[in-house]
Design a protein around this ligand. Structure first.
Ligand code: URA
Length: 213
C-alpha cells in the first residue's frame, strides 16, 4: 500500500520538476506483489465467477525472459500459481532442458482467472485482462518473450496465423524479441509436436545465452 506520506513526497518532487523516478530492481517484486493483491478481486469479466484464486504470475521480477500462457487450469485456480498442473510439470522440464529454472524466468498468462472446463478465453475476457499483462511486461521489462500456444500468440500479436507459421519466425512485441511455441498442454495431447517444440526452445535458448554474454 502506498502511504499518504509517500504520495505527498512524490507530489513535492513532481512540483520541483522531477518527472521520472528510477526504482531499484528489488522493488519490482514489491510492486508486482501489491498489484496482484489489488487485482485479485477483479470483476471485469465473467471469469471471476469461477475464481478460487487469482493467478497473477510468478517468478523472477528481474527476469530476462517472460513466458506467457493462456489461462489458469484447475490446479492453478486452487493454488494461485501459474503452470503447476500437468502442463506446468512439462513446462518446468522444458525449461530444465535448456538450462533454465522457473526461478530464472517470469511466468504468467493471458487471463488470470480460470476459464470454465479449460475452454479458450473469449475475446472480451482476453481484452479485459490484457492491461494486467501489459503492466507486468512494463514492470519486468524482459528482453525476451516466449508465447506458449496459439491463444497467447494470436492475442498479443493480433493475428490469425497458424502455430505452424507463427513458430517459424521471431516476432517483436512492443520492441521485445518474441518466440512462439506449442502450449505444453498441446504437447501432452500430441507428442508429435515435441520435436518441433524442442527446435523452438533451442532457438529461444540461443537468444537467451546471447543476453548473458
Ligand atoms: N495452462 C496455461 O495456459 N496456464 C497455466 O497457468 C496452466 C495451464
Amino acid at each position: 500500500m502506498i502511504s499518504r506520506e509517500l504520495i505527498q513526497h512524490l507530489e513535492l518532487l513532481n512540483n520541483l520538476g522531477v518527472k521520472e523516478l528510477f526504482l531499484p530492481p528489488s522493488s519490482k517484486a514489491e510492486i508486482l506483489k501489491e498489484l496482484s493483491i489489488k487485482y485479485s478481486t477483479c470483476t471485469k469479466c465473467k471469469l471471476h465467477t469461477g475464481r478460487i484464486k487469482f493467478v497473477y504470475g510468478e517468478g523472477n521480477p528481474d527476469a530476462l525472459a517472460m513466458l506467457i500462457g493462456e489461462g489458469p487450469g484447475e490446479q492453478e485456480n486452487l493454488t494461485g500459481r501459474p503452470f503447476v498442473g500437468p502442463a506446468g510439470n512439462l513446462l518446468t522440464n522444458m525449461l530444465k532442458a535448456i538450462n533454465l529454472s522457473r526461478e530464472d524466468v517470469y511466468i504468467c498468462n493471458i487471463v488470470k482467472c480460470r476459464p470454465p472446463n479449460n475452454r479458450n478465453p473469449e475475446p472480451e475476457e482476453r481484452e479485459a485482462c490484457l492491461p494486467y499483462l501489459l503492466e507486468q511486461i512494463d514492470i519486468i521489462q524482459p528482453k525476451l518473450i516466449l508465447m506458449l500456444g496459439l491463444v497467447a500468440a494470436q492475442t498479443l500479436l493480433n493475428t490469425k496465423l497458424s502455430m505452424e507459421k507463427l513458430r517459424q519466425t521471431t516476432h517483436s512485441f512492443q520492441g521485445i524479441k518474441t518466440f512462439v511455441t506449442y502450449h505444453p498442454s498441446a504437447l501432452l495431447r500430441n507428442p508429435n509436436w515435441k520435436k518441433p517444440a524442442w527446435q523452438d526452445l533451442q532457438r529461444f535458448q540461443a537468444e537467451y545465452v546471447k543476453l548473458l554474454q
